[in-house]
Design a binder for this molecule. Structure first.
Ligand code: A2P
Length: 283
């Protein structure tokens, strides 16, 4: 990709990027005109916990004065599980977004920059033991949960996992819907996670702007009790329930209030508790 080539005449010829931290794109899927996912090679030394994020990006445009290029990096949750030999990412496309206006055009064989320093709070270590685990996502906030629903520890540690995903329309749910279906039908995963693991996974998608079987913001469905009635659950309690939240600032703020209302406390890697939150990248 042009972004990673040094700004010299010689680089106009196809060149292998000389930058450190370059990884090769292996697959790209466009889900809607606003959403795409892609896979890249995984650095051999990269170890991460399912749910963590890394900084990824492209080379920025050359500085008009010096001609120097700086990397343009953003935090992206790794959507693939820790055991996968490649890395997967799920991204929004923002037409005037500095990074995603360009990242949306990547093709297999192109290079991206990936800083191999995974971090994040949407990890099992940041939660105290519990019986039921809730994943609350809006939009591309689904990404860390795409990793965690393929992580054996999720099924070892909990009796039930409820994955909620709220999007504007049905097409925006498709990446998650297909992934859940694939997870349920994957024999290799069944071997890895234990027979019957998929029975623990409850998928609860909702839309807010297009008609679908379940409509509404997940926050409203929690507050009016619809979700509990739909799932035959009494409610959320700090004794049994744990939650991970990943979405827009609005969702995160509203859901924090709701979860704290149920008596759950926010945890961190250094101080595990009953729920954890992270902002989904939106630019
Ligand atoms: P809505 O259509 O009512 O705004 P976006 O595509 O803008 O990132 O939003 C993704 C989804 O998150 C949309 O369905 C949107 O609903 C929903 N959403 C936005 N803000 C909140 C919030 N504060 N609480 C719950 N859901 C939210």
């Amino acid at each position: 990709m042009t972004e990673l080539k040094p700004v010299t005449q010689a680089s106009a010829v196809k060149a292998t990027p000389t930058l450190p931290d370059a990884q090769t794109v292996t697959d790209v899927k466009h889900w809607t005109d606003r959403l795409f996912s892609f896979r890249v090679t995984r650095p051999q030394t990269l170890r991460f916990r399912s749910g963590e994020f890394v900084m990824i990006g492209l080379m920025g445009d050359p500085d008009p004065n010096t001609g120097k290029q700086k990397p343009l990096l953003r935090a992206y949750s790794i959507a693939s599980p820790a055991w996968d030999e490649e890395l997967e990412f799920y991204s929004i496309k923002v037409q005037d977004g500095p990074l995603t206006s360009r990242l949306q055009h990547i093709k297999p064989g192109d290079q991206i920059i990936l800083r191999p320093k995974p971090v994040g709070t949407l990890v099992h270590d940041a939660l105290l033991p519990g019986k039921r685990l809730w994943f609350f996502a809006t939009g591309t906030g689904f990404a860390p949960f795409a990793s965690l629903i393929r992580e054996p520890q999720t099924y070892e540690d909990y009796d039930q996992i409820i994955l909620t995903h709220t999007c504007r329309d049905v097409a925006e749910l498709e990446y998650g819907r297909k992934l859940v279906e694939d997870v349920r039908n994957d024999e290799m995963l069944a071997e890895l996670m234990g027979e019957g693991f998929a029975d623990k996974l409850v998928y609860y998608p909702t839309t807010t702007r297009e008609q679908s079987p379940r409509m509404g913001r997940v926050t409203d469905l929690l507050e009016d009790g619809t979700i509990f009635r739909d799932l035959g659950i009494d409610g959320i309690t700090p004794e049994t329930d744990r939650a991970m939240v990943c979405g827009s600032i609005g969702l995160n703020t509203d859901l924090k209030k709701i979860l704290e209302g149920f008596g759950l406390r926010e945890g961190a890697n250094s101080d595990p508790a009953e729920y954890v939150v992270e902002k989904a990248f939106v630019g």
